[in-house]
Design a protein around this ligand. Structure first.
Ligand code: UD1
Length: 424
């Protein structure tokens, strides 16, 4: 049985991660680029594509809509061929496994005037509403309703540009409204839009296809509708969350990791926090190096939409604080369920008290091994890092969660000197 099919990580604690890792394309960009490709028939070549399970799942969803999808892992490339009339129904069997599949809603309704998208599943990190998505689409003229577990969106009078203001800068809602506005008649002004680098990447991809979007990376997007888009070749930006994971891994294990093919400017706040924790962070020509020579100092963290501290890095911040010198307060402002993994970390001996969306952590010098379970991608990776600073042998169940976002995680950890294997 191949190692990748075994669903538990076995971690023998004690190693200081040292060496080099290379970052591939951002999951949260690639998955959306795949969805956006539905907006123009023809052939696409996407580069810097990570070998992760979520890309495979999104590929299966596109195939179910009539696309041809080939993932050439040796070249990190994805070849997509989109038919003139893709299907309009994103079935539950695909969508339930992958939250990002909701991103076909905007592209399909804009291109076809009809989309039926099953309500998604995805990570167990709290309830994830879709009200901002549907409200924005309605303001552009779509009619949406929930029918038997599906969002059904139609455009009886076409889509027309409008002023839309998001209540919260939701990444997914910004993407669905943006894609719909790109093919709407007239100008859309989208206020309080998400500013995440992944969102900017998607906007740049759309502009390369012929869209007219201004203001990417700011809270106000101005979109002049166009009647047609064209397929293009495109290389996605590096994954800032995977980059941040390795940066925290170096700090947590008192290691020294050079992270290549990364963009440190997408991680300003997390890197500042790591510096306050005592790490030496140096940016290099194509990435960064994070070196930690002592026990980290505790750091207070408050998650917020970009450029705030990313919620996806919060489990690593809690793990670092669990073994840090001092006390810290971590506040989760984006996903209320994201503290689920804290109970698992406490099974490893961490001293944490959760009160609503605050976690108070009193650092201890070392964790102690135990069997624990991952509830989502980042929690899984965080528990593996916790296992590295636990005395004894830790087992983390649910490796499949980690496979959704990290290419060959165990192999990369071993290359950095960790004793991590996958077992049944
Ligand atoms: C994306 C990322 C995820 C990241 C998150 C925040 C993908 C595939 N996932 O998720 O990794 O953690 O951004 O950076 O790109 N909300 C509503 N109503 C809505 C939409 C959102 O209440 O209609 C709430 C959510 O429940 C959540 C918050 O808004 O509390 C943020 O969600 P959002 O930014 O939409 O996250 P996703 O796009 O789902």
């Amino acid at each position: 049985m191949s190692e990748q099919l075994k669903d538990r990580f076995q971690i023998i604690g004690g190693s200081h991660l040292t060496g080099e890792v290379s970052i591939s394309g951002a999951k949260n960009s690639i998955l959306k680029l795949m969805a956006v490709s539905l907006m123009a028939a023809g052939k696409y070549r996407l580069g810097n594509v990570p070998a992760i399970a979520d890309v495979t799942m999104m590929g299966e969803l596109l195939e179910s809509l009539g696309c041809k999808v080939i993932h050439d892992e040796s070249k990190s490339e994805l070849l997509i061929e989109v038919p003139e009339q893709p299907g309009f129904k994103a079935d539950y069997q695909f969508v339930r496994k992958l939250r990002a599949s909701i991103n076909v809603l905007g592209p399909l309704v804009a291109k076809l005037g009809r989309a039926e998208v099953a309500l998604p599943g995805g990570d167990a990190i709290g309830s994830r509403g879709l009200d901002f998505h549907t409200r924005g689409l309605k303001e552009l003229g779509a009619v949406t309703q929930n029918e038997h577990g599906y969002i059904v969106a139609t455009t009886p009078k076409g889509l027309t540009g409008a002023k839309v203001e998001l209540e919260f800068p939701s990444v997914g809602a910004t993407e669905n409204i943006l894609t719909a506005a790109v093919l709407a008649k007239g100008t859309t002004v989208l206020e309080n839009a998400a500013r995440e680098p992944d969102l900017v990447d998607i906007g740049n991809f759309l502009n390369a296809m012929g869209a007219k979007i201004q203001g990417l990376g700011t809270p106000t997007l101005v979109i002049d509708g166009v009647s047609k888009l064209n397929p293009v070749d495109y290389v996605a930006i590096p994954d800032r969350i995977v980059t941040g994971t390795w940066a925290f891994a170096a700090a947590i294990t008192q290691g020294d990791i050079t992270i290549k093919n990364a963009n440190a400017s997408h991680l300003e706040l997390p890197l500042e926090k790591l510096t306050s924790a005592g790490a030496v962070v140096t940016t290099t020509a194509n990435g960064l190096r994070v070196k930690m020579s002592r026990r980290p100092s505790a750091i207070d963290i408050s998650t917020l939409p970009y450029p705030g501290f990313p919620t996806d890095l919060q489990p690593f911040a809690i793990t670092l604080n669990a073994i840090a010198d001092g006390d810290a307060l971590v506040t989760e402002n984006v996903f209320e369920g994201r503290f689920m993994f804290v109970n698992e970390l406490m099974r490893l001996g961490a001293n944490i008290r959760v009160d609503g969306h605050h976690a108070s952590i009193i650092g201890i010098p070392k964790l102690s091994s135990a069997p624990v379970a991952a509830s989502d991608i980042r929690a899984g990776a965080g528990l593996v890092l916790a296992g590295l600073v636990a005395e004894g042998t830790t087992f983390v169940e649910g490796a499949f969660h980690v496979d959704r976002g990290y290419p060959k995680f165990a192999e990369q950890l071993r290359a950095l000197g960790a004793d991590v294997t996958r077992v049944n």
